[in-house]
Write a protein that binds this ligand. Structure first.
Ligand code: THU
Length: 155
């Protein structure tokens, strides 16, 4: 039986070593953590989406007393971007978080459901979406969000 393999390259660097446009996007994501409504987890996530028309659209996690009704920052930002700029392509997305008042040391990684949504937007626009996961100690850069979810669900 042939074994198939999936692997992909990513970079892990201090933020200052990434292109300026990505650093700015990361700063927007961190700023957007202040827009989060997270009284239940205290984990404030911010997300910033860069579009090919130059616009940046942000989102933040929105929780609810009925827990499953809440939504992650990434999906708030992506749905916001797609609604406000339906013809634009998504170039990159940055994610940052604060635990209480402190920005996280480790890079913030998108959950599985957000990866599914990212993968479908990338497939729909037929071009990669870069993902920058921001942490205070280091930052992870992934060139194509589709690499984060092999075998993404498709209808
Ligand atoms: N959260 C996000 O906003 N993005 C993710 O990728 C994972 C988790 C939020 C959901 C919830 O409000 C809080 O973080 C704790 O799970």
């Amino acid at each position: 039986m042939p074994t198939k393999r999936f692997d992909f390259a990513y970079t892990e660097t201090p933020l200052v070593e990434l292109p300026t446009s990505i650093q700015t996007l990361a700063e927007e994501a961190l700023k957007s953590t202040t827009l989060s409504y997270a009284p239940f987890s205290g984990f404030h996530v911010g997300c910033a989406v860069l579009l090919d028309n130059g616009e940046v659209v942000v989102g933040a996690n929105q929780e609810n007393a009925s827990y499953p009704c809440g939504l992650c920052a990434e999906r708030v930002a992506l749905y916001n971007a797609s609604t406000l700029h339906p013809k634009a392509q998504i170039v990159a997305l940055a994610i940052a978080a604060r635990n209480g008042d402190s920005p996280t040391e480790a890079p913030v990684s998108p959950c599985g459901a957000c990866r599914q949504v990212l993968a479908e937007y990338a497939a729909r626009q037929e071009s990669p979406i870069g993902v920058v996961m921001v942490g205070q100690s280091r930052t992870v850069w992934v060139h194509d969000a589709r690499n984060l979810l092999p075998f993404a669900f498709r209808l």
